[in-house]
Design a protein around this ligand. Structure first.
Ligand code: AMP
Length: 285
């Protein structure tokens, strides 16, 4: 695996691979790898000849009071994990490389960013789409792989690709969980042992909602009420949102007539966790 810090060099490599008729898959990440990240890389391996990952803690997607300065990092560990799953190139740019002096362009997706995490993290998705657009121009992938754990991010990236006619196929990978159900996340490391126990309320509430819908419940308010009660029954929890919405537009629904996204954001202690599943339409999580 080759590690590249320079964006011109990454572009050159991408050009060479494309000229030799290789397909490229990109997995954008912020590092501190767990099995969820590695699963994305394995999916990329299955979809393309050449796998490129990026490791970049993107400052523009963090709000002023968020955890940019404390975000966990382990570059050496990340590189050896990526090597083990057969990644070909790791693009690891500096902030200066990505945002040189004078940088002033922003890619902004309008409607789909106004719901869910977009409400409490108002500039987050502009940061995501701007950096992902840049990474697409740098690594020139045919395919890019994202996790369904960040369902809104996936929806926003799909919208951007469609609207800007980007020639990149977006692949979504199901959420990878700890054995007890907690969705893997780099931020789980912030949880103390008591909070770690409480954090199970996210997956438990997805399961509860799944059971209710399987038994015939179609009223969104009833499902949301039960989910909120379950979450608030756990110590140290504070709900940011519980939403039942359309999986493409992310607009709230009142009844579960077709496949619906249940998306949650819950603060456990000071750590904000998200999780989601699709309900109805024969899919679970
Ligand atoms: P991050 O490093 O947190 O920005 O995540 C990089 C990519 O990994 C994103 O596409 C995430 O959606 C994905 N990801 C993070 N956690 C998981 C997980 N538990 N299962 C599947 N994908 C994940």
């Amino acid at each position: 695996m080759e590690v590249i810090g320079n964006l011109k060099q990454m572009q050159q490599i991408a050009d060479e691979q494309r000229l030799s008729r290789k397909t490229l898959a990109l997995v954008p990440t912020m590092g501190f790898f767990h099995q969820g990240h590695l699963e994305l890389m394995r999916a990329a391996r299955r979809h393309a000849d050449v796998v490129v990952i990026s490791i970049f803690v993107n400052p523009t997607q963090f709000g002023p009071n968020e955890d940019l300065s404390t975000y966990p990092r382990d570059l050496d560990g990340d590189l050896s994990k990526a090597r083990e799953v057969g990644v070909d190139f790791a693009f690891v740019p500096s902030v200066r490389e990505m945002y040189p002096e004078g940088f002033q362009t922003r890619v902004s997706v309008e409607e789909v960013t106004k719901h869910l995490c977009g409400i409490s993290r108002p500039s987050h998705f502009d940061g995501v789409t701007t950096v992902v657009a840049k990474l697409f121009n740098i690594a020139k992938p045919h395919i890019a792989v994202f996790g369904q754990k960040d369902f809104q991010q996936l929806a926003v990236v799909r919208r951007m690709v469609k609207d800007l006619d980007m020639d990149v196929r977006i692949v979504g990978v199901p959420t990878v969980r700890e054995p007890d159900g907690l969705a893997m996340s780099s931020r789980n490391t912030y949880l103390d042992p008591e909070e770690r126990k409480s954090a199970l309320c996210l997956k438990k509430s997805l399961d509860l909602a799944g059971d209710m819908v399987n038994k015939g419940e179609v009223e969104a308010s009833k499902v949301i009420g039960a989910v909120e009660d379950l979450i608030l029954g756990h110590p140290h929890t504070q709900i940011d949102y519980v939403s039942l919405c359309d999986p493409v537009t992310l607009e709230d629904v009142e009844t579960l007539e077709r496949e619906t996204l249940l998306a949650l954001a819950v603060k456990v202690g000071r750590t904000r966790l998200i999780d989601n599943c699709l309900l109805g339409g024969g899919k679970g999580n």
